[in-house]
Structures are given as structure tokens and as C-alpha cells.
Write a protein that binds this ligand. Sequence first.
Ligand code: SF4
Length: 100
Amino acid sequence: MIAEDANQGLADKLYLVKYEIDEENCHLIIKDEETCRRCEEKPCIDRCPAEVYRWVEDEEILEVAYENCLECGACQIVCPYDNIDWSYPRGGFGVAYKYG
Ligand code: SF4
């Protein structure tokens, strides 16, 4: 119930954000998936304000919903292994903020 409330709260907050999704290029690249498997903390999951990262236990992969990225840069800073190749989306793509 708390997780559902948190997800709804996030959805409400992101309602004012608009994205132009680049279907051909992901601007958040995991350099080495094995490094993510070895990383016990996985701080990108908790620190990302847009819940872009999700650990898929069955497949042991870090799922990256790059299309939801707010381009804050936090994930590349908190990754203890410098394992995220971070760049801004190509021109014309990415996040745009609506104000009201
Ligand atoms: Fe999440 Fe910010 Fe990283 Fe985008 S740049 S994936 S919003 S932490």
C-alpha cells in the first residue's frame, strides 16, 4: 500500500514533465553489466528521482527506463564504480518542463 502511494505520488509529480523520447538512442549506458551484479548497494536505484533504474532479480540485470530520465545527473555521481556512461539526449530529445 505504501509503495502504491509512493508510485502514485511520483506519477503526480512527473505529470508536469514532458518528454521527447529518442527511440533510437539510449543516453544512459551501463558500461559493464557484470559490475552491476557485483555492486551490493546499487545506489542508482534509490537516488534516481524518476525511478529510472530497476533491478530485475530473475535475470540479474539492471533495467534502465531512460525515457523517464530527468537529466539531473545524480546516477553517474552516486555509482561507486563509474559504471554509467551518461550523456544528454540528442538535440530535440529528452525532458522538457511544463509550468502549470
Ligand atoms: Fe535518474 Fe537523474 Fe540519472 Fe536521469 S540523470 S536516470 S533522473 S538519476
